[in-house]
Ligand binder design. Sequence first.
Ligand SMILES: C[S@@+](CC[C@H](N)C(=O)[O-])C[C@H]1O[C@@H](n2cnc3c(N)ncnc32)[C@H](O)[C@@H]1O
Ligand code: SF4
Length: 417
Amino acid sequence: MSIITDLTRMWLTRSTKPFTFYNEYDETLSFGECENLGLYVHIPFCEKICNFCPYCKEVYAKEKCDKYIDALLQEIRMMGSQYPDKKEVTSLYFGGGTPALAVERLAEIISTLQEYFIITEGIGLELHPRNVNVEMLTKLKAAGITKISIGIQSFQQKYQDILGRDVVDIETMAAALAQVEFETVSMDFIFALPNQTYLDLKSDIELAFSHGANHVAIYPFIDFTFTSSKVKVMEKKEKRKLLDEITNYCMEQGYYRSSIWTFSSEKDANYSSMTRENFLGFGCSATTLLREQFKINTFSVEEYCKRIAEQKLATSLTIRFTKRQRMIYFLFWTAYSTKVDSRDFERFFGTSLQKMYGFELWLAKRLGFVNEENGVYEMTLKGAFYYHYYENFYTLAYIDKMWGIMRKEAFPEKIEL
Ligand SMILES: C[S@@+](CC[C@H](N)C(=O)[O-])C[C@H]1O[C@@H](n2cnc3c(N)ncnc32)[C@H](O)[C@@H]1O
Ligand code: SF4
């Protein structure tokens, strides 16, 4: 499997040089010069741990969470004060874990960020369905949250059972969502579960849009090697059929495809922390992508707090890009939106996309993966499936390996991908 990702990497970066992450970091980060900068804050606590979930998280305990947030505020101050002016950023997303568990301290985190950053496109936060009630939503809104994302996974008991999750009380959730409004209400689903059919998935999406959502995310199930999940992965052909059917259904309904696996019923509803050119991440396991480097914080809550107490950033690993490596990162992340505008590439790199990847674009067009209009390359249905498929390889070859190591070692020496 990793042969495919290795060969693709060598081809696209025109080099045999692997992506190498070293246990080193810069105390000062050059985010001041970045355009389209997004912010991400990781809250690594959940009430109950799901056995399929790869993210960095621990069981919630108030004292531990408070200590973590004290360190988080310190990290924000350390990073934010590196730039003399207030830096304009696009969005702020809280991910996890289950960041709604830190609701009482959200206003404090947001106001600390606002001492250094001007957020122009709203603030998003993830929550578990059991947290969706009027009291919680009111508190989130008062803290400044404008977009929420609820991890439904499936409304059907058989799939909740497979995933070991509780059945969602859909009517209570919908009543709360009707009382407290947000710009975007997104619901997450996992697809390609054993024997899952198009009708199962279609019913989930219909229920979501009729019960308060204006945006849905449909993630393919990924079987990470380090999780204890026993869920079987769906076969490629079956998965493709399911993905095509559900995409066609969403298009026929007139939903907008805002990214590779998200659809919205209103044009302005969006929820994505991934499709940014640059981002700053705060907290355990949070990643930062800048013009010349990508860095990832330690996965250990304890070591994170220790490092910050020593007035040092909690970076565990850093990769310094070659120009082609950065181009691949740029294309990979912006392709999540299903579109790549050659003008954005040119603005970012000062060279034309056609000049750097003319052959690949020609090939992608010939193979029916993309259509081009006026310098904008848009994925076809076939292209979206293969992107999905390749992303799966990438996740298993790169993210699985990296996260697998980082869960065990707070500061590994080096990781080569
Ligand atoms: C951080 S969780 C969402 C918030 C909240 N903790 C919850 O579970 O409701 C982010 C999302 O990742 C997706 N996810 C988690 N593990 C996955 C896996 N193994 N394969 C595919 N998607 C997964 C789920 O859809 C989940 O809602
Ligand atoms: S899926 Fe959500 S609730 Fe479950 S362990 Fe992952 S982050 Fe926590």
